[in-house]
Design a protein around this ligand. Structure first.
Ligand code: AMP
Ligand code: GLY
Length: 417
């Protein structure tokens, strides 16, 4: 099977790597890709945001499966354009991707499907914003309604900061604060059958101990030894299946990856957000532990035949990804710093924001690398991942030292993690 991965980041590198390890996959292509993906795939210089250009490329290559990585091309209709050419595409339609593209739409779907989530007010005016902030009280949770790559959310005790962020958004969702640890649960679906993956956990804040601003994600691990028994079944029954069914009822089939960001609060499990694509960096450890052929699964989902394929199987043990980010991230980010030591890392080094300049690997974005390792348990996987991080260097590199640390000690992570 000839495959084409659309996107440029760490998630796409991890997906391309898993596809390249599937015996049924004969070719992996990527557009536009990155220097890490180039080692396992043929790159094509095509704009991932241009639906016609992507569909043309897929047709020209004779691709039998196109996998769209990031949310922005999905919202722009790239999956629709590929499917219109009769080519199998893993990723929801532009309409279904509104589940991620509009927080207000997601809240409406959840209300119809009776999916547990935070109470929320959608606000268009400063008066509505002030009233909503006062109705919920601190800590304040303020979300830009549109796509913001994980950075449109401010959670703060400071009312002035919450108000300032809200006033910068065109349309804003203000919601109830959810306490408790966070879980990322992904599911592969064809719009009818839903196959959950193993739960994973992402670390959103830039600094150790969950200090500092939100980022796209500074590290992740799977599985979660502390997760309550029956969590996956519970989320499938109360969140994933009802959401997929509600969208189908509305005539908006959701096929692709449904990402439920959950909080396990003192008042039960609740959805923080939905995404319409694989999460980054959770995909890195998940793909490292996936024991099923990824291409077979994604093709079955794309073709509406998921029920004919076995649910995903997992290797035993654990996987950990530690993100190395560039100087200044998540505010600004510096590019062009020379990266050394990737070859000596001793584990999978997934590229997120890198470039080759005059034959040298340099930083080219906020999140630069996700150093990803497997082990017999989280302690072993962490040790290998951090040994990899220690082998790599570039000026101004930032990384957290506590990815999966509490979970490796079997403790349930508290608060926001
Ligand atoms: P989102 O883009 O909706 O995933 O939000 C990014 C991050 O902000 C989440 O992973 C949480 O850490 C935090 N967050 C979002 N919504 C809430 C909430 N209602 N209560 C507490 N934290 C939240
Ligand atoms: N890991 C967070 C995200 O992909 O949105």
């Amino acid at each position: 099977m000839k495959t084409l991965v659309i996107g440029t980041g760490g998630r796409e590198h991890a997906l391309a790597l898993a596809l390249s390890r599937d015996p049924s996959v004969t070719e992996v292509h990527a557009a536009p890709g990155n220097p890490g993906i180039a080692a396992i795939a043929t790159l094509h210089d095509v704009d991932p945001m241009d639906p016609v250009a992507v569909a043309d490329l897929a047709e020209r290559l004779g691709a039998e499966l196109v996998v769209v990585g990031p949310e922005a091309p999905l919202v722009a209709g790239v999956a629709d354009a590929v499917r219109e050419r009769g080519i199998s595409c893993f990723g929801p339609s532009a309409e279904a991707a509104q589940l991620e593209g509009s927080k207000a739409f997601a809240k409406d779907v959840m209300a119809s499907a009776e999916v547990p989530t935070a109470l929320a007010h959608v606000c268009d005016t400063p008066e509505q914003i002030e009233a909503a902030l006062d109705a919920f009280g601190a800590p304040y949770v303020v979300k830009d309604d549109g796509l913001a790559a994980g950075k449109g959310v401010v959670v703060t005790e400071d009312r002035a900061e919450a108000l300032a962020h809200a006033l910068l958004c065109d349309r804003v969702v203000i919601e109830e604060y959810l306490d408790g640890p966070e879980v990322s649960l992904f599911a592969i679906t064809d719009g009818t059958t839903v196959y959950p993956l193993q739960p994973a956990q992402d670390f959103k804040r830039i600094f150790d101990a969950d200090e500092g601003p939100n980022t796209g994600g500074m590290g992740a691990y799977t599985p979660l030894p502390w997760a309550p028994d029956g969590l996956v079944e519970d989320v499938l029954e109360r969140v994933l299946q009802p959401t997929v069914d509600e969208l189908a009822r509305r005539g908006t089939i959701f096929s692709g990856l449904l990402y439920a960001g959950l909080a396990l609060t003192s008042r039960g499990m609740k959805v923080i957000e939905f995404n319409a694509r694989f999460g980054d960096p959770e995909t890195q450890p998940l793909m490292a532990l996936l024991d099923s052929p990824l291409g077979v699964l994604l093709k079955a989902a794309a073709d509406g035949l998921l029920h004919e394929t076995e649910p995903p199987r997992w290797k035993s043990g654990a996987a950990v990804a530690v993100v190395m980010a560039s100087a200044g991230y998540p505010g600004t980010s510096r590019s062009g710093d020379v990266i050394t030591g990737v070859g000596a890392a001793g584990c999978d080094v997934i590229h997120a924001g890198t470039a080759l300049v005059d034959g040298e690997l340099v930083t080219a974005g906020g999140r630069v690398l996700a150093v990803t390792a497997v082990g017999s348990d989280l302690t072993a996987a962490r040790a290998t991942a951090y040994a990899g991080v220690a082998a790599i260097s570039f000026d101004g590199a930032q990384f957290r030292t506590d990815i999966a640390a509490k979970a490796a000690g079997q403790a349930q992570p508290a608060g926001e993690e």
